[in-house]
Design a protein around this ligand. Structure first.
Ligand SMILES: Cc1cc2nc3c(=O)[nH]c(=O)nc-3n(C[C@H](O)[C@H](O)[C@H](O)COP(=O)(O)O)c2cc1C
Length: 352
């Protein structure tokens, strides 16, 4: 069966307008990224992971604060932790803050997370994983979803046993990134396992891993019968990939469009993180935006070395003077207001 990428679907009672989900990425999926993703065709966006323990004890080193804006919805906020009570508490907080969906991270392979029993570690402890899902579903009225990997060790297919149990415990949808935690990001995502998971559960499955083009998105949907695809690395500095996946035409942005989008992104990141944090945070984005043959390589080096974001903006607008007009149009079109600032610690050591 061929699913149309522009066809709405739903998770629990939440309608999702397209089959493209923008992935949670720690250190990337700030509000600017999520709003941009929605503008470019993602039907659902997800926050980076928020520590349940950090919410409970208020002692987590915070990277910034999570903001939720009106134009992000539907929005999933991802939480991680291994204590059912703390996760339930965190879920209530993010629901109150405006999350349409509470997503839980059972896939993060980073040791700092797994050693606390959270992230991918939960793939190895089915009983606890189910208790967490049970506690969280009981705590909130919005749908609760889980993002998994294949399992911890290479060759593991734990997700196929765990997935149905999580659904029984209350999960309204599952995302699978079919690599083992041990694999991190090496090798290829094994979507044959995604197809098996789809067979085994009666809730929507989102296929995550190596979806970077429309061709790949359609191939994964065809192979797996999943409800939607998730795009992570392919959207870094490249929202045009989302548009291409959604609409089918190849969108090769002009330099002016790239510069204008990057300037909007910089301005929003400053608003969200404050200038000081934004300077460091944004550096990786310069390479992502300016690569793909869009600008000469030394230009990125030049931007990274500039002291202030004002200078970065000036330099970008000088390199693509027509960007000013694109920028004016973009700023006019961006919805304003309707924003909630949440005092939720964002983790800096994510993955999934
Ligand atoms: C920088 C980075 C940060 C990530 N952070 C998270 C996270 O916080 N939560 C999560 O569930 N997955 C996280 N992931 C995993 C992605 O959501 C996605 O499943 C994975 O990258 C595979 O998709 P891709 O091939 O489209 O990149 C992260 C991935 C990257 C590259």
């Amino acid at each position: 069966m061929r699913v149309r990428l522009q066809e709405p679907w739903s998770i629990g009672g939440v309608e999702v307008p397209t089959r493209i989900v923008l992935a949670p990425m720690a250190g990337v999926s700030i509000q600017a990224f999520r709003r941009q993703g929605r503008r470019f065709g993602a039907g659902l966006v997800c926050s980076e992971m928020v520590s349940a323990a950090g919410i409970e004890h208020r002692n987590e080193r915070t990277f910034g604060y999570l903001r939720v804006a009106g134009d992000e919805h539907p929005l999933a906020i991802q939480i991680f932790g291994a204590d059912p009570g703390a996760m339930a508490h965190a879920a209530r907080m993010v629901e109150a803050a405006g999350a349409d969906i509470v997503d839980m991270n059972f896939g993060c392979p980073v040791r700092k997370v797994t050693k606390t029993g959270a992230g991918a570690h939960l793939m190895e402890d089915a009983e606890l994983a189910c208790r967490v899902v049970d506690a969280v579903t009981a705590a909130v009225n919005v749908p609760v979803t889980v993002k998994m990997r294949l399992g911890v060790a290479n060759g593991s297919r734990t997700c196929l046993e765990l997935g149905p149990r999580l659904v029984e415990a209350g999960a309204a949808a599952l995302t699978l990134h079919p690599r083992s935690a041990q694999q991190m990001y090496t090798g290829e995502a094994d979507h044959a396992v995604t197809a098996e998971l789809v067979e085994r559960v009666d809730v929507p499955v989102i296929a995550s891993g190596d979806v970077t083009s429309r061709e790949k998105a359609l191939a994964v949907l065809e192979q797996t019968d999943a409800a939607a695809v998730m795009v992570a690395r392919g959207a870094q500095g490249n929202p045009w990939a989302l548009r291409e996946i959604a609409e089918g035409e190849s969108f090769k942005p002009t330099r002016e469009e790239v510069a204008a989008e990057l300037v909007v992104f910089i301005r929003e990141a400053v608003r969200e993180l404050g200038e000081q944090r934004a300077v460091g945070f944004l550096k990786k984005f310069y390479g992502w935006y300016l690569g793909h043959g869009r600008f000469p390589k030394p230009f990125k080096q030049e931007l990274v070395q500039l002291q202030t974001l004002d200078e970065v903006e000036q330099r970008l607008l000088a390199a693509a003077p027509g960007a000013r007009f694109v920028l004016e149009r973009l700023e006019d079109e961006l919805p304003q207001g309707d924003e909630v600032l949440l005092d939720l610690p964002i983790s800096i050591y994510g993955g999934g």
